[in-house]
Ligand binder design. Structure first.
Ligand code: ADP
Ligand code: MG
Length: 692
């Protein structure tokens, strides 16, 4: 694996320039996120090439990239099988052919007979002996000295040559060093304790490694210089997120001590007992709410782990304390599910649950906004309508957001402003692997529901080729005639929402025709809110037995009588989605199954995903494997649009992330100037992005 990953796309707002280059070069540099000399210093190689030694042609090993020095014997344009430039070169040990399928006149000119070349490339055995296709080469004088450092290869962009970029980076490093900019940002004491390499030495080493080092050793992540860089990168992330955390913590929030009266009443009225995990998390949240500063907590719990009751208890604590509480969900369906559940639990203990969504009639919306503003509505459930203009809470004490990553950026900002001084709880059913949570989510406290309520029947997962669709339809019929219900999820069509709708419509028509003895419902994202609610309502009441759906049912839908989930073209779905969808069944006492219909041929990626979902049921384990398959970039992509991705640190080392977290806290506490200097080096002007 190459040591450095590609930089993420830079934001266009930043337009500082690297000094001393033409505007054209500056633009190219900016394209790969290099806007200052400091950026160049931190632009680390993807890999290296060894041009410090010369291999005799006779020793060329097929597929082993090497450098040769040879004289041109002949050079001509050949036309078979197509136009190409073919040169024959030789050294004292033998000769070989250089082949250029595309070439410039300048190259042809350089390859004239008698010219001495240094050439670099991957030899292979050809019909005419050893040959190299498209070698990199330059003309040298006899006895020209060899470089005494390995040659770094940097991430670059079209039109920006390695040699030019290399020169700019080296110059930037030299100047930074002369200015004293490479001073270590870690106090000597910490560096010694953690046995970390010196920063400047590591950087010099990575940009210009000595030739004794083997390429393999250098490109391995375990090298002390790479370890130092990875440590520093993670540290910058931790410092900045911990600082954001501390800044929010410094603000005031109402103490929601709670009398315990309502929560006890609810607990006594529930038809079940909290699981151990629920009990623990309820306590963690209750303790946060009693603090005079805002809670910033993420509640993670797999599908069906019972987050709603945890939310309800927290909301009651706010209400007991004389404050309002709000629960917001990203879709109408989800919000309504929450409303239904809360309504069923709370009405019997005398607490009214208010409902606000965009689909309410204007008059009702205005009335609800008034009830919220006057404080008559104490406990409100809704969609993002809750944070829209015209809705002002009288005394908001607690804001709970379900599946926050599904809200848009604008809505998240609005929420932030509305909930400035309120306690905030974010809930997520997409389990995040521990190292990822500890790194990218270091600005929150994290609670985990790692236990499912008792009495769940495990869902049996089956992989079935599409050719056997009729059997699957028969199985749906049997389950529904036996009194159960089923979901049929239509294929995901990423490119076109219109096509997706069409497919859903057609699937519904087919299944309706194939299953005349069943009532079949159809739900998709384009239905109006009240239409959607009506379809869902019919399914909840078992008036329809089969629900054909697009992925709108992905999260939150809870119909315990549904015991069969069919997902068509499962190979097109992501792991998190499949896990979420499967979580819609297995919620009642009946044996449940999830059938993943797939179309042949399966690509390698799709095959790996289906294997993971087939072999695993634990959401955290699936998330971990997903992270392995996709890398953190895509994994967290939707949450942190502005968050610089880690380029050097691999998140598979939990102990490392923990150590870095501790050092971040230590620096912030005891060495604040070092923390500042460190952030400046790694984030430059980008730090602001982290706070969004
Ligand atoms: P999710 O975490 O996916 O939002 P829910 O809150 O919807 O899960 O809970 C899933 C189902 O489990 C609901 O029907 C809920 O009433 C039920 N439930 C929650 N906690 C328990 C428990 N401790 N014992 C039994 N059933 C529970
Ligand atoms: Mg839920």
């Amino acid at each position: 694996m190459s040591p450095a990953k590609q930089k993420p796309e830079p934001s266009p707002a930043e337009n500082a320039r690297v000094p001393g280059v033409t505007p054209a070069v500056a633009d190219k540099l900016a394209k790969i996120g290099l806007r200052s000399e400091a950026d160049l210093v931190m632009h680390l190689p993807l890999r290296y090439e060894d041009e410090t030694r010369i291999t005799p042609i006779a020793d060329a090993v097929p597929s082993l990239t090497a450098q040769f020095e040879a004289e041109v014997v002949s050079c001509e344009v050949a036309f078979r099988p197509r136009r190409q430039l073919v040169a024959r070169v030789r050294d004292d040990s033998g000769d070989m052919v250089l082949r250029f399928l595309n070439f410039y006149p300048s190259q042809q000119k350089a390859l004239q007979e008698g010219a001495r070349l240094r050439l670099f490339g991957e030899p292979r055995g050809g019909f005419f002996g050893t040959e190299i296709v498209h070698p990199r080469f330059h003309v040298v004088a006899a006895e020209a000295p060899l470089p005494d450092r390995l040659t770094p290869v940097y991430p670059t962009t079209a039109g920006l040559a390695q040699t030019a970029l290399r020169r700019l980076v080296l110059r930037a490093v030299e100047r930074a060093e002369a200015r004293g900019d490479l001073a270590d940002t870690l106090p000597e004491e910490i560096r010694q304790r953690l046995k970390l390499a010196d920063f400047a030495a590591s950087l010099r080493f990575l940009h210009a490694p000595p030739p004794e080092i083997s390429l393999a050793e250098l490109e391995a992540r375990g090298h002390p210089a790479w370890r130092r860089v990875a440590f520093d990168e993670l540290l910058a992330q931790q410092i900045s997120l911990r600082r954001a955390y501390e800044a929010r913590r410094a603000r005031g929030a109402p103490i929601l001590a709670g009398s315990g009266e309502l929560t006890e009443r609810l607990l006594a009225a529930l038809p079940f007992k909290l699981t151990g995990a629920q009990g623990r998390v309820v306590e963690e949240i209750a303790a946060d709410l009693r603090q005079p500063h805002p809670m910033q907590r993420l509640l993670q719990g797999d599908v069906g782990s019972g987050k709603t009751i945890v939310a309800a208890l927290a909301m009651l604590q706010a209400v007991e304390s004389g404050y309002q509480a709000a629960l917001m969900a990203p879709t109408e369906i989800l919000a309504e599910q929450h409303f239904r559940k809360l309504h069923a639990w709370l009405t019997p203990i005398g607490i009214e649950v208010a409902w606000l969504s965009g689909s309410l009639k204007k008059r009702d919306k205005t009335a609800m906004a008034e009830a919220i503003a006057s404080g008559r509505a104490r406990l409100v459930v809704g969609t993002h309508a809750l944070i829209e203009e015209g809705v002002d809470f009288e005394k908001l004490g607690l804001a709970i957001v379900d599946e926050q990553h599904r809200f848009g950026v604008r809505q998240r900002l609005a929420l932030k402003q509305k909930g400035m001084s309120a306690h905030q709880l974010t809930m997520s059913a997409t389990p995040i692997p521990r190292t990822l949570a500890m790194s990218y989510y270091a600005d929150m406290d994290v609670s985990v529901l790692d236990e499912l309520p008792p009495g769940r029947t495990p869902v049996v997962t089956k992989l079935v080729s599409e050719a056997r669709r009729p059997e699957v339809v028969a199985r749906v019929r049997d389950a529904c005639l036996a009194g159960r219900q089923a979901y049929w999820v239509c294929p995901l069509i990423e490119e076109s929402e219109a096509l997706q709708l069409k497919t859903a419509q057609e699937t519904w028509e087919h299944l309706t025709a194939e299953l005349p003895e069943l009532k079949v419902g159809l739900v998709h994202g384009r239905l109006k809110a009240d239409e959607k609610a009506a379809v869902m309502d019919a399914f909840v009441k078992n008036e329809t037995q089969l629900l054909v759906a697009t992925t709108v049912i992905e999260v939150g839908v809870d119909v315990p009588n549904a015991s069969l989930m069919v997902i068509e073209h499962a190979e097109r779905f992501g792991l998190a989605q499949l896990h979420q969808l499967r979580g819609r069944v297995g919620r009642g006492a009946h044996d449940s199954a999830c059938i993943l219909l797939y179309a042949q041929p399966l690509g390698e990626n799709a095959r790996s995903r289906l294997k993971v979902i087939y072999e695993n049921t634990d959401g955290f384990e699936i998330a971990r494997l997903d992270l392995e398959l996709r890398g953190p970039g895509e994994f967290i992509g939707s949450r942190q649009s502005g968050m610089p991705l880690l380029r050097f640190a691999d998140l598979d080392d939990t102990a490392l992330v923990e150590r870095v977290r501790n050092v971040a806290d230590e620096l912030l506490r005891d060495w604040p100037e070092h923390a500042d200097a460190h952030l400046k080096r790694w984030l430059g002007g980008r730090e602001e992005l982290l706070k969004a």
